[in-house]
Design a protein around this ligand. Structure first.
Ligand SMILES: Nc1ncnc2c1ncn2[C@@H]1O[C@H](COP(=O)(O)OP(=O)(O)O)[C@@H](O)[C@H]1O
Ligand SMILES: [Mg+2]
Length: 284
């Protein structure tokens, strides 16, 4: 239990069943165990449909609000059981303690509010006190957004996809989130922008010592950013270990398959993915 004691997030035996058409249920997540410790960076990788998003939606209380949705198992945040907690508790956790960066930033930004005002609300949420303009500009800059003074005055629709993702990073930082959950934060972006946003995320998490749960179908993306990896396949965690172990001694056939894809991509485009792993490999 000693490892779990320092854990921020402990998920045990998570099962999620979701209704599909014609009175059927899809068993989207099966018996998932997952732990994120304070300050740790954890990746979940797996192909499309493997249950990554459903897992993190369960962890953040964002599954469809329907009596047909079944969630079994335990989701503990700093020892507090959240499975079955009422909506008010979930809202509070999301508002103050979990920073969320999802593929579609629109659903998390208010289209009619200036960026600065939205980040300022998050600052107030995190600190519960008066906020200063300096603090606001500092958070905007920390998230990798250029020209913070002007940025604060802009509306979401005036920004590119990569910029909007960085606004979500700024909001997560402003709340002093204990964990940032990022679900495919850069999948919709082109490779150069993807790299910049990941760098902003990396710098921000490092600066604040926040935990990170990063979800992606791309093993190369987690390689440079995460300490530990969970590999999901068909709704289950099929393998877990340190990033180093997953790369150097993968056990599950599906993990090996994922690694082959990373290698061939890296061979084709040597500077597309900048990860510690591939640079170490190349140096050897
Ligand atoms: N809102 C939903 N309603 C019904 N089924 C869903 C819903 N969201 C996801 N699913 C199903 O759950 C499974 C896992 O999906 P998901 O977690 O989104 O995969 P991933 O994020 O790994 O691509 C898939 O079979 C998907 O079709
Ligand atoms: Mg997904």
């Amino acid at each position: 239990m000693s490892q779990d004691e320092q854990a921020l997030l402990v998920v045990r035996g998570l099962q999620v069943k979701l209704p599909t058409g014609r009175n059927r249920l899809v068993h989207a997540v099966r018996n998932v165990d997952l732990t994120v410790r304070a300050g740790e960076r954890v990746g979940i990788v797996g192909e499309s449909g493997s249950g990554k998003s459903v897992t993190v939606r369960a962890i953040s209380g964002l599954l469809p609000d329907s009596p047909l949705v079944q969630v079994h198992g335990s989701i503990q945040f700093r020892g507090q059981e959240l499975n079955g907690a009422d909506a008010r508790i979930w809202r509070d956790i999301r508002a103050k303690r979990i920073g969320m960066i999802f593929q579609d930033p629109h659903s998390f930004l208010n289209p009619t509010m200036r960026i600065g005002a939205q980040i300022n609300e998050a600052l107030k949420m995190g600190r519960g006190e008066q906020t200063s303009k300096d603090e606001l500009l500092r958070v905007i800059a920390l998230a990798g957004l250029p020209d913070p003074e002007r940025m604060a005055q802009r509306f979401p629709f005036e920004l590119s996809g990569g910029m909007r993702q960085r606004v979500l990073i700024a909001i997560a930082l402003a709340k002093s989130s204990e964990i940032i959950i990022a679900d495919e934060p850069t999948t919709a972006l082109d490779a150069t922008v993807q790299r910049r946003v990941l760098k902003s995320l990396d710098d921000s998490v490092t600066a604040l010592g926040t935990s990170l749960l990063l979800i992606t179908h791309d093993l190369a993306v987690v390689a440079g950013l995460c300490d530990r990896i969970y590999v999901m396949y068909g709704g289950e965690v099929v393998e877990t270990g340190s990033t180093e172990k997953i790369f150097s001694a993968p056990e599950h056939p599906y993990t090996k398959e994922l690694l082959r894809c990373v290698q061939s991509l890296a061979d084709d485009t040597p500077d597309l993915y900048v990860s510690d792993y591939s640079s170490k490999q190349n140096a050897q």
